[in-house]
Ligand binder design. Structure first.
Ligand SMILES: Nc1ncnc2c1ncn2[C@@H]1O[C@H](COP(=O)(O)OP(=O)(O)O)[C@@H](O)[C@H]1O
Ligand SMILES: [Mg+2]
Length: 383
């Protein structure tokens, strides 16, 4: 089965039309190459896959080879040859722009830093992840939550195949991809750390506890966390600090971005295990947050919490508006003191309480209970 990703394709096309270089980053196996091949056939001479020795050989003299090409040029797995960025800069600045470049990278922080520094002002970056509710439709919600959105995990023929694939994915990332990206980290240590992050999923992160549990320095823990964040596997959600007299939380929250990988790391491999798991609520919350961030337009995102116990799962800034999101895995969420405080203290325009039910209904003047299914229609969370 082929899932069409028309919104992403439209964004890529629009970016290609207005920039000499477009960078598409996303985790390995998230569907980057598949998207690029919709735009340019694999056998086109303008397609370079830097994991393919033939393509690599064709780029021995990159400037000479690339200079001759016209129209769309795709360079896949660009993190293999970061020295291409200065060449792309020269090519991007040619009069009349004979070629537009789409470069794909299995995200790494270094890649992003190099490309944005070298190509500042000539580049637009589009980040992709796994499938979203908007791409799959509202009926996919349960399966998408259980299996996660990586295409092969989501589309696997059986639950067992999906789990086996996710397990292999984690292993390959740790044992092959990180070393290939030049990261010298023991795969075993990183797996233990990632599993620990899974247990902290949706909680405030304090590096001291995992450091002492793993017997490493807090600086090492920070490095591990940054590695997994750069690989788009972990999200660090930063706290919002409002100008209030209240004491507010200053540490980030951590989430395993893909719910299927979260379940794999936690060893949850049956419906029953998931439904009894203490992190069920946190898992659902993380899933809703990722889906919201993937489909609701926004400029910045945080969470908010005070030491008195008021909190907001997700705070979005869209232009000059502040919008709140709460995730409640409940049949019929009601107005709570915490929601009232968030609305008031943060001056939110709107607040949506996303829940698994079917009906959209008001909770007060600026707050609404909104079905999860609404996220299948991008941009309709706040009305
Ligand atoms: N839209 C899609 N529909 C169905 N399968 C997909 C889709 N996108 C990717 N896949 C499958 O997922 C796997 C990884 O896709 P790929 O494009 O190679 O990812 P990446 O280039 O990000 O590593 C492949 O087996 C591919 O066939
Ligand atoms: Mg690829």
């Amino acid at each position: 089965m082929k899932v069409s990703r028309n919104a992403l394709l439209a964004r890529i096309r629009a970016s290609l039309a207005r920039n000499p270089v477009t960078v598409l980053t996303g985790p390995r196996q998230s569907g980057k190459t598949t998207l690029a091949r919709v735009l340019l056939a694999e056998d086109s001479p303008n397609y370079f896959d830097l994991e393919d020795p033939i393509s690599l050989a064709r780029l021995d003299e990159p400037r000479t080879s690339l200079e001759r090409l016209e129209g769309l040029v795709v360079i896949d797995e660009v993190q293999r040859r970061p020295e291409l960025f200065p060449v792309l800069r020269v090519l991007a600045d040619r009069a009349g722009q004979p070629a537009h470049f789409l470069i794909l990278g299995s995200a790494s922080g270094e890649l992003m830093r190099q490309s944005s520094e070298t190509l500042a002002g000539r580049i637009e970056r589009i980040e992709i992840g796994g499938f979203t509710l908007a791409e799959l439709g509202a009926n996919a919600a349960e399966t998408l939550w259980h299996r996660g959105g990586l295409p092969r995990a989501y589309l696997a023929g059986s639950e067992r195949d999906s789990i086996a694939w996710r397990k292999q994915f984690v292993q390959t990332l740790l044992e092959r991809d990180f070393p290939q990206w030049g990261q010298r980290v023991s795969a075993t240590a990183l797996l233990r750390f990632w599993t620990m992050v899974a247990h902290y999923h949706g909680r405030i992160w304090n590096a001291a506890t995992p450091a002492s549990a793993l017997g490493v320095a807090p600086a090492t823990v920070r490095r591990y966390l940054d590695l997994l964040s750069d690989a788009l596997m972990v999200r660090q959600l930063q706290p919002w600090h409002a100008n209030l007299r209240k004491r507010q939380v200053k540490s980030p929250k951590v989430y395993v971005r893909d719910s299927g990988l979260l379940h794999q790391l936690l060893g949850i491999d049956t419906d029953r295990a998931r439904l009894c798991h203490p992190l069920l609520g946190a898992s659902w919350e993380g899933f809703v947050i990722e889906q919201t961030l993937a489909t609701e337009p926004h400029d910045e995102a945080w969470f908010w919490a005070t030491h008195q116990g008021a909190e907001l799962d997700l705070l979005l800034r869209r232009g000059d508006q502040l919008l709140g999101v709460e995730c409640k895995r409940a049949d019929a969420p009601r107005m709570t003191p915490s929601i009232r405080i968030a609305l008031e203290d943060l001056g939110l325009q709107r607040l949506a309480v996303i829940y698994p039910g079917a009906k959209r209904y008001p909770l007060g003047e600026s707050a609404e209970a909104v079905p999860l299914a609404t996220l299948a229609e991008p941009g309709s969370l706040f009305t």
